[in-house]
Design a protein around this ligand. Structure first.
Ligand code: HEC
Length: 441
């Protein structure tokens, strides 16, 4: 048996398409993956950045102030992204720059591009769907003409996913309120129609109007194909055991891929409506992101690791599953001393202890004690922190988590969190004292 046990990193161009490979460089979990018509890959990460994976290396698109949840290509040269900072950005790959074009009042969970190539739809946890039309995308970033966002209301809870029909006349949306709705875009003010009442929050949605169905995945594990016109269930693939977190469809092979909270990727042949493979793709974590290559031969997946895994679909089970190196924030917490456990569980997802900030969402804590706030050179701080007069000491780090960052340094972009128990703070500070001064090995 021929088993290609090699791990080819991104240098081996994804377009060459020989066996399994990974994309490494993000500093946090992978929340979404999009593929351009040419097959190039873009990623949304918890590290606040959008990655664009050129064959000669990744390009980082930076502007979001919080975890990026969703990316989509408008064409081969333009990407849109939505984030926990409530904003929608559009990026030009030619100039590797972008700009914020619209904002919701809660996080953006999904973004989709209409067939016209210039209307973006956003699904937000403010219960609304946004439509943002942009003209002049051929020109420079500064010259784009962005209309005010049109808001569609009707869902009673956060909207998780959206999809356009091929003619661009109808938009479908899936929500935590347990419904899937359809919106007539010729008359955006008209009320929406409830197509599916699932009961539990619906996380993911694929619309295939050419074949007359939509597929959805829900928080209770519900996984169904329904008739697009009647909403009737035409196939039920629910295994019940796990929330559906990601979905991808390949129009060439007509295969549907579904990623879930227990690390499985399940494949469904939509022509015969049957599960073909159920692959344990991640040993420890969820599958948050899934996307097919344009020829349907590769499936790209991401989750709690900062790595994208790309498997050739035909032979995936011959290759290693995710979790090449277990991330420190996943290590078994019981076995660690309390201070280290506090750090790994509460800080390490955003902070390194090495000299480099390592593309994480926060600055490196290397050499923390005695350091003036806001002074790590490879990190872009908020204005609040870069202009701060705080010097980090046991007392100020203690106050930071006793009061919480939002009270201790109002205006910081470090998320709200407190460590309530004094002994947990003491143990954490002890751990930081010894581990922020060590030489890298
Ligand atoms: C979800 C991400 C996140 C987590 C988790 C997090 N931080 Fe932060 N932290 C940040 C960000 C972002 C900043 C920069 C804030 C700014 O620029 O306003 C920051 C800044 C800091 C600073 C100031 C550093 C400097 O150079 O001035 C300290 C100290 C700090 N964090 C410690 C911690 C500790 C200790 C923990 C765990 C208890 C923790 N953080 C957890 C994101 C995080």
């Amino acid at each position: 048996m021929l088993r290609a046990a090699c791990i080819v990193i991104w240098l081996a161009s994804p377009s060459i398409g020989q066996g399994f490979y990974t994309l490494k460089g993000h500093g946090g979990p992978i929340m979404d993956i999009a593929v351009s018509p040419l097959g190039e890959i873009s990623t949304a990460s918890f590290d606040n950045a959008v990655g664009f994976w050129r064959t000669d290396g990744p390009v980082w698109l930076e502007g979001h102030r919080a975890a990026v949840n969703t990316v989509c290509f408008l064409n081969n040269k333009i990407i849109a992204s939505g984030a926990d900072d409530f904003t929608l950005w559009v990026w030009s790959l030619e100039s590797a720059s972008g700009r914020m074009v619209a904002a919701h009042t809660a996080k953006i969970a999904d973004v989709a591009i209409a067939p016209d190539g210039q209307t973006l739809a956003t699904a937000s946890w403010d219960n609304k769907i946004g439509l943002t039309h942009i003209e002049g995308l051929d020109g420079s970033v500064e010259s784009w003409l962005v209309d005010d966002m049109i808001l569609l209301s009707g869902h009673r809870a956060g909207v998780n996913a959206i999809a356009f029909t091929q003619d661009g006349q109808t938009l479908y949306s899936a929500s935590m309120d347990g419904t899937i709705r359809s919106w007539n875009l010729n008359d955006p003010k008209a009320p929406s129609t409830v197509i599916v009442k699932h009961g539990f929050g619906v996380n993911r949605l694929i619309v295939n109007d050419a074949d007359g169905w939509l597929a959805y995945g829900a928080a209770d594990g519900g996984t169904r194909m329904v008739d697009l016109n009647t909403g009737e269930t035409i196939a039920d693939f629910t295994l019940g055991r796990r929330p559906v977190l990601s979905m991808a469809y390949d129009p060439v092979t007509k295969m549907l891929a579904i990623g879930d909270g227990q690390g499985y990727i399940m494949f469904i042949d939509t022509t015969v409506r049957r599960i073909t493979t159920d692959f344990k793709a991640s040993l420890t974590g969820p599958i948050w992101a899934l996307s097919y290559s344009p020829d349907g031969e590769y499936i790209h997946a991401g989750g709690i690791e900062d790595i994208v895994y790309s498997w050739p679909v035909a032979v995936m089970d011959e290759h290693i599953p995710m979790v090449g190196g277990i991330q420190s924030f996943l290590e078994d917490p019981i076995s660690l001393p309390n201070g280290e456990r506090q750090f790994k569980r509460k800080c390490s997802i955003c902070h390194s202890l090495t000299k480099s900030s390592a593309r994480k969402a926060g600055p490196s804590l290397y050499g923390l004690f005695g350091r003036k706030a806001g002074t790590v050179i490879d990190y872009t701080y908020s204005d609040t922190l870069s202009g701060s007069s705080i010097v980090w000491s046991e007392e100020s780090v203690n106050a930071l988590f006793d009061l919480g960052p939002d009270h201790f340094i109002p205006g910081t972009k470090m998320p709200m969190q407190r460590i309530v128990k004094k002994h947990d703070r003491d143990d954490l500070i002890d751990y930081l004292r010894t581990n922020t001064v060590q030489e890298e090995n």
